[in-house]
Design a protein around this ligand. Structure first.
Ligand SMILES: [Zn+2]
Ligand SMILES: [Zn+2]
Length: 147
């Protein structure tokens, strides 16, 4: 899928870390690059396999990057957590999740459908007194290899 990456993803991340007194280490940079390259949510195992450092540092780095809003945890059907760059740094999208193997793919929904959804969501939110509402929509099924 097409992604609008900020002109300099890495300097944005570095700045966010600096604000909380953290350094943009080589391992953290490798981790962000791996997520950018993948263009789909990765499991911690896949992140470690992308040579982003030992597992213990990967966990710690994911926690730090999650805290500064660079990485977000994706809720899947599987037992393993998956991570991706936040929509703020990439673009709004949805996930196709395999209920059997836990595989996750990014999908975008046509713009007109997105606007219809936003209008509906706004109406619902107003009724319940919710503000600044955004949506997440996961499609769950069985992937090609599991079908
Ligand atoms: Zn599957
Ligand atoms: Zn959407």
């Amino acid at each position: 899928m097409m992604r609008r990456m900020p002109t300099d993803l890495h300097s944005t991340v570095a700045e966010r870390l600096r604000r909380v007194g953290q350094r943009y280490t080589e391992q953290r940079e490798a981790l962000v690059a791996a997520l950018e390259r993948a263009r789909k949510p990765l499991s911690t195992l896949e992140i470690v396999q992308a040579r982003t450092g030992p597992q213990s540092s990967v966990y710690r780095n994911l926690a730090v990057l999650e805290h500064v809003g660079v990485v977000r945890r994706v809720v899947t059907e599987g037992e393993f957590a998956r991570f991706e760059l936040t929509e703020e740094l990439t673009e709004h999208h949805h996930h196709l999740i395999c209920s059997n193997c836990g595989k996750v793919e990014d999908v975008t929904i046509p713009t007109d459908l997105e606007s219809t959804m936003d209008r509906t969501v706004d109406r619902l939110a107003k009724r319940s007194g919710f503000a600044k509402v955004r949506h997440r929509l996961d499609l769950i099924g069985t992937c090609r290899s599991c079908a």
